[in-house]
Design a binder for this molecule. Structure first.
Ligand code: B1M
Length: 209
């Protein structure tokens, strides 16, 4: 299956075809990051466009998300292979009120690939859970938000970390489609990354330097 057919299979929400297509592309020598960036991720952007155009509704979005996840699961071992000793402890979560986790999961894989120990707190994560993770030794917190309505919860979480007297013990980075560098600065984060690879590079800059 070529990348175009793979793109279509994600949009159609055909998890079996996506899984097979990813395996076939890998066997044909297509690099994992190319499969991700030229087929799977653009397909989800198109699903978002279809949702905005009211051609897709939540169930279709969910089915496409599962199909994408089936492809990502095949790519996972290739994205995380590193073998290096962990260079730091990173804790990730999608913020309170937000259930989108595909982007956050990719960030986790790229961070693992960059040699970090990654603890994933999942979705709908509040300040208390991040605070507990910092007390357990997290050196960097990575927060993801995909909704304009949940972005402000990142600031609430940073304020909570500050109020717990832990802000100087941890680096905080943020990401997700509605965010940008200016917003990260406005809420007092240490950095913003536009995609999963950039997030891993940023974590390295903040922790390993
Ligand atoms: Co939702 N959704 N969704 N959705 N969904 C969006 C985000 C939306 C843009 C669609 C649209 O209208 N075009 C829109 C948000 C509008 C807004 O706020 N401005 C939207 C909406 C409205 C909603 C609901 C409110 C719909 C409803 O119920 N009426 C609802 C909210 C539920 C909730 O969270 N409380 C909802 C639900 C869902 C599903 C559950 C059905 C499903 C999510 C399933 C899942 O994640 N397991 C879903 C999906 C799939 C999407 C779209 C189509 C795809 C998101 C995705 O996975 N993209 C999305 C449209 C779009 O994004 N164009 C949409 C692929 C992924 C690889 O990209 O997540 O951007 P992304 O991650 C990137 C970067 O952003 C970055 O790196 C990643 C990889 O390179 N990144 C980070 C992400 N986190 C990072 C953290 C970092 C650094 C970088 O550092 C820590």
């Amino acid at each position: 299956m070529d990348l175009e057919a793979l793109y279509d299979a994600v949009i159609q929400g055909n998890a079996g075809a996506v899984e097979q297509g990813v395996r076939a592309a890998l066997e044909a020598g297509v690099p994992a990051d190319k499969i991700l960036s030229e087929a799977l991720i653009p397909a989800m952007a198109e699903v978002g466009r279809l949702f905005e155009a009211q051609e897709y509704y939540v169930p279709e979005m969910l089915i496409s998300a599962s199909a994408m996840q089936a492809g990502v699961n095949v790519l996972r071992p290739l994205l995380v292979e590193s073998g290096a000793k962990p260079t730091g402890k990173v804790v990730l979560g999608t913020v309170k009120g937000d259930l989108h986790d595909i982007g956050k999961n990719l960030v986790g894989m790229m961070m693992e690939g960059a040699g970090f120990q990654v603890i994933d707190l999942g979705v709908d994560v509040n300040a208390d859970k991040f605070i507990e993770a910092i007390r357990d030794g997290a050196q960097l917190i990575g927060m993801s938000a995909m909704l304009t309505t949940t972005m402000p919860n990142m600031k609430t979480i940073i304020d909570g970390i500050e109020a717990a007297g832990l802000r100087d013990r941890v680096k905080v980075i943020v990401g997700g489609a509605p965010l940008n560098q200016a917003y990260a600065e406005q809420i007092g984060a240490d950095g913003y990354a536009p995609n999963a690879s950039a997030a891993a590079r940023l974590a390295q800059e903040l922790l390993v330097r």
